[in-house]
Design a protein around this ligand. Structure first.
Ligand code: ZN
Ligand code: MN
Length: 136
């Protein structure tokens, strides 16, 4: 999403950003809430939701919405792709460059592209190994 410009830094937002930057797990709002509460015991889940929304609207973080399931949040603002493990639910960054020219191809169809998001689904290395073990 296109950043909406400067977002006011509050103590709550600083702590949320710290928590998000400290993990690579793409956590849910609920997980962020539990972590932020360790530093700010009086914070509410609603406040966490509101701040996560504001931060993602301003391009400070990425919200990864997955249909009906809970959104996951990512402090890594750079365009990157993800792998979603269908066995254990882990979401991991993929260390591959964004596909060149993909946006152009879509624009040639008459659409105005602001960004694209790409997730791969399947089994993470650990789960793939475990299911191999079961098969034997
Ligand atoms: Zn897995
Ligand atoms: Mn990520």
């Amino acid at each position: 999403m296109k950043p909406k410009g400067f977002v006011r830094r509050t103590r709550q937002r600083e702590v949320i950003l710290e928590v998000l930057r400290g993990t690579k797990s793409h956590p849910t709002a609920d997980w962020v809430y539990q972590e932020v509460r360790k530093e700010m015991p009086q914070v509410s889940l609603g406040t966490i939701y509101r701040n996560l929304k504001t931060l993602s609207e301003h391009g400070e973080i990425q919200e990864l919405a997955f249909g009906s399931t809970h959104s996951r949040f990512d402090a890594n603002k750079d365009m990157h792709y993800h792998f979603v493990c269908e066995q254990c639910g882990m979401i991991e960054d993929l260390d591959i460059p964004p596909v060149e020219g993909l946006d152009d191809q879509v624009e040639q169809l008459g659409f105005k592209v602001t960004s694209h998001r790409l997730e791969f689904y399947g089994s993470c290395p650990k789960c793939a190994e475990e299911s191999m073990g079961k098969a034997n």
